[in-house]
Design a binder for this molecule. Sequence first.
Ligand code: COA
Length: 177
Amino acid sequence: MQLSKRILLRARGAFRRPGVSWGSKLRIGRAVALTGPVTLGDRVTLYRNVEIEGPVTVGAESFLNRDCYVRPEVTIGERVNIGAFCRLVTDTHDIGGPHRRAASPTRHDPIVIGDGAWLGVGVTVLGGVTIGAGAVVAAGSLVRSDVAPNTLVAGIPAKLIRSFDDSEAAGDVPLTG
Ligand SMILES: CC(C)(COP(=O)(O)OP(=O)(O)OC[C@H]1O[C@@H](n2cnc3c(N)ncnc32)[C@H](O)[C@@H]1OP(=O)(O)O)[C@@H](O)C(=O)NCCC(=O)NCCS
């Protein structure tokens, strides 16, 4: 739970809110906004302008690039890479009558992202979706149904492109985005 003074300064108040906990070697950019309860594992990286409203868990060694928007009831596994400008949007409404189609109340349908998954830049995931471990979601996709583990999906809405044969996998080198 030890943060260096430099990192604390960069956090600019993100941790003044109650209910935020983190592991060792957190890396955090400027203007990150965390509303607890948020649990960050060891060696998590949050680039600038990431906004997370809990309850949210981010597993060890996961990486959220700049401007990711993460809503309540999201569970992100370990070694997950989430590209810039992704949106994990659990909020939804029943469809109401014509006076206000977004009927009250707002609810949060959970999102789960499995270990090792990779979401490219600008992906949107809607509530109720589980993205399996080792899956890849191509840049710009909209995910509204579950993604099987170790598959590549792409598009709006995201569709299966192929399954991975992991004998062909690239090295286990951490990605940067
Ligand atoms: C998915 C990705 C990794 C490519 O993987 P790949 O296995 O090399 O896939 P291919 O390029 O062979 O494409 C396979 C199919 O998926 C489609 N596809 C790939 N990326 C797509 C995308 N972002 N949106 C829609 N379709 C896509 C291709 O058009 C192709 O379809 P086709 O077979 O009908 O022609 C790459 O397109 C991508 O999205 N990378 C993310 C980059 C990024 O976000 N970087 C910043 C954060 S790290």
